[in-house]
Design a protein around this ligand. Sequence first.
Ligand code: AHR
Length: 515
Amino acid sequence: MKRLLGALLMTALTMLTPAARAAGPTLVIQADRPGPVIHRNVYGQFAEHLGTGIYEGLWVGPDSKVPNVRGWRQDVVGALRDLKVPLVRWPGGCFADEYHWREGIGPRSRRPVKVNTSWGGVPENNAVGTHEFFDLVEQIGAEAYVNGNLGTGSAQEMAEWLEYMTAEGNSSLAQLRRRNGRDKPFRVHYFAVGNESWGCGGNMRPEFYADQFRQVATFLKTPAHNRPVIIASGGTGLQTAWTEVLSQGVPGVDAISHHAYTLPTGQWDKKGAAVGFPESEWIATLGQVQQIDEMIRRNVAVLDRNDPSRKIGFYFDEWGSWYDPEPGSNPGFLVQRNTLRDALLAALHFHVFHAHAERVKMSNVAQMVNVLQAMILTTKDRLVLTPTYHAFKLYTPFQDATSLPATIENNPVYQVGTVQMPGLSATAARGKDGKLYVGLVNANANQPAELTVRVGTGSPQAARGQLLTAGAMDAQNELGKPPQVVPQAFEARAAEGRLTLKLPARSVLVVALEG
Ligand code: AHR
């Protein structure tokens, strides 16, 4: 009798659906309910004239001993090309509102030397200007996002810059561009009117900025087939006032830019260390991505009310970690180490941006090289790929993929002291190659997790991809030392009709599901 009951119990257990048998967290993907496409420019980058972000990090000049192509470092450009960087924003940031494009054209030896008053007060010799920037994006294979100067510039200066870049005929500006070595027009994909106009871009009120934008946008003329998306400078953090004003019928607004940085302590005067931080700052950093989600929700709610036909994009064109500067560095250069924490922070941002793919069709991590949450850190002639670089690389299949609803049932809570956040985070999409991709983060610094995967009511047969994790929260890749944070191959197979993914503590996993 006992044996019979045991056998019946076993039969009953094997008959249970995979979901019912899964006591732990379960990822449920609805592959039959495709959502909006995740625009590849959500994986955009930002390169500002700031510290060694451009000079030294990317640009060494054509006469340098460091191998370069027309002044751009071959090693760095090669790594960015491998990363499939889709878009680069330039020349700032705060720097954009003090940048005068005419100072960056013509023979480099004759360009004026200015003071970079935004960042460290160092000399700016204008060696990198419009032609050099377009050479860079063309070498990387990326689109160009040019940020115009509203702060110290004018409608005329921005209009003429656009004409210089895009004019096809024989206007004086088109001829000047040709004399400077570029016959065919540059392709300008995006153009912004000012940056952070609420702060370093002029301390404006949204209404005043909106009036300025109206005037400037009237004169931003280009050939129709080379018309950039025109971006209005928006707000920051949980603010919605800028989105509110700019989405109420301001002519010419194609998209509104929004910025938010993640500071472990939330305090600008003591942000928190990039390495050697306590677990309380790990969770405080990663947990803030829930605020990014809230910022987008609130602003998208405003847009949905004011722009129901969804013409206006909401672009997160500056985001990332901002820590106390590296000891001994120029504080105006925003140099910081990059650790496993940054890789998880990046992945969590991607999940949020994917969830809002309908409006968020661009984001730009700050910044590309040597500044803040960088992809690459350089010395004079060497480079290191940061954990953030590897996170971006893992997620490349999500560029232009079709988002799919993905929810985690029984998501464990991760808690440190009084701070809580969901332990696991997931995103899913159908890639351009037809495969079903899943991105996962286990934010818990100490506990591994096992996650059952369901697609609809069925179970995939296998998962294959790459895992990013390391032995410590602040593991990093340093020059001259073996890298601590590098992707590892990952594979899992279904057993008894159930696919379980084992996520180590503090990890990012991207897999393609099979079967
Ligand atoms: O990315 C550094 C700076 O942060 C940018 O120049 C500015 O827009 C923001 O405040």
